[in-house]
Write a protein that binds this ligand. Sequence first.
Ligand code: 1CP
Length: 370
Amino acid sequence: MTTTPLQNDRFLRALARQPVDRTPVWMMRQAGRYLPEYRAKRADAGSFMDLCRNHDLACEVTLQPLERFPLDAAILFSDILTIPDAMGLGLYFETGEGPKFKKTVRSQEEVAALSVPDAERDLDYVMRAVSTIRRELNGRMPLIGFSGSPWTLATYMVEGGSSKDFRHLKTMLYDTPDTMHQLLDTLAHAVTDYLNAQIRAGAQAVQIFDTWGGALSTPAYLEFSLRYMEQIVAGLIREHDGRRVPVILFTKNGGQWLEHSACAGADALGIDWSTELSDARARVGHKVALQGNLDPNVLFARPSAIRAEVARVLESYGHGPGHVFNLGHGISQFTNPDHVTAFMEALHDLSPQYHQGIPTQSSDAYSGVK
Ligand code: 1CP
């Protein structure tokens, strides 16, 4: 694997709460259907999973948004549902619909029959994509690897796809919590192995997506979601190639639990746009960096409105290091790419003032990420 020095390390520095010249940015689903070049590649490939399984194509679509916009990180083009697929559940996507599984996991017997995939063997296409992207990036910027949280993966495995009410999942949680725990423990082992394999293949930071953690009560979030993310974080490779590999936890609609999430051992918390950054920063103190967040639907508005909202988000975090700007949750397929350009321009104009007067090249401050 390449050990080319990083030309742009703003993202890693911000995650380590070290000074930067401007606020780094990446977008959730930055490679996706809003880009005509993505739609063309996807049509060539045949299906979304065909794109993911072909490491050259996965690499090409990962790099597409980086050619258009001055982003500070690449994110692996893949999906969180690769793990349940590797467990034999049979992932498929029907046009215009979300993900679906041929098999579901609902009984104690079905949970007991699951085994943890060997990430390097059963998910080798993901690892090949990671190493290909890393090679092609050639040190331009860092690569983010990712996984779903055990709880979020369980929602899809138990329901057999996306769900509005999590009927089968909540039945399992309240009727047979031991079975639920067994499933989550198996998934926590799978996610740990999977993320460590991505790190060995070249991922320079990893994010755990807990998209459905916000569907839980407070005690259930702590017991069924956060606890397993904590277990994963404790098992992750935290330094690779002489550099810290930061971990970001993102619980959608998890703003009310930040004090708890900040103690899970991660370097940073992703927060969705419904949580105010000023409030989040005051609550987590110096424990973690914060990644967040512009309502992606702001991009439907005119450039002046986009700029005003970027200004508001920057002001909400305020001065000093520890902020990664993120557009989430998920850029809409109907977004005009020119509006993304307007967003980037606003951020590049407005963010440097929040970092002025803070030295960026102190060797002491830099040593943490090397
Ligand atoms: O081309 C297409 O139609 C496929 C749409 C698509 C894309 C572009 C899916 C199906 N997944 C992805 C890529 C993807 N998924 C990335 C790529 C990296 C990037 O460029 O940002 C990432 C990080 C994910 C992660 C993912 N998949 C999550 C967690 C983040 C989130 O959105 O909350 C979840 C929940 C999934 C499941 C999934 N896969 C695809 C869809 C449409 C969904 C969501 C289904 C649902 O809402 O339940």
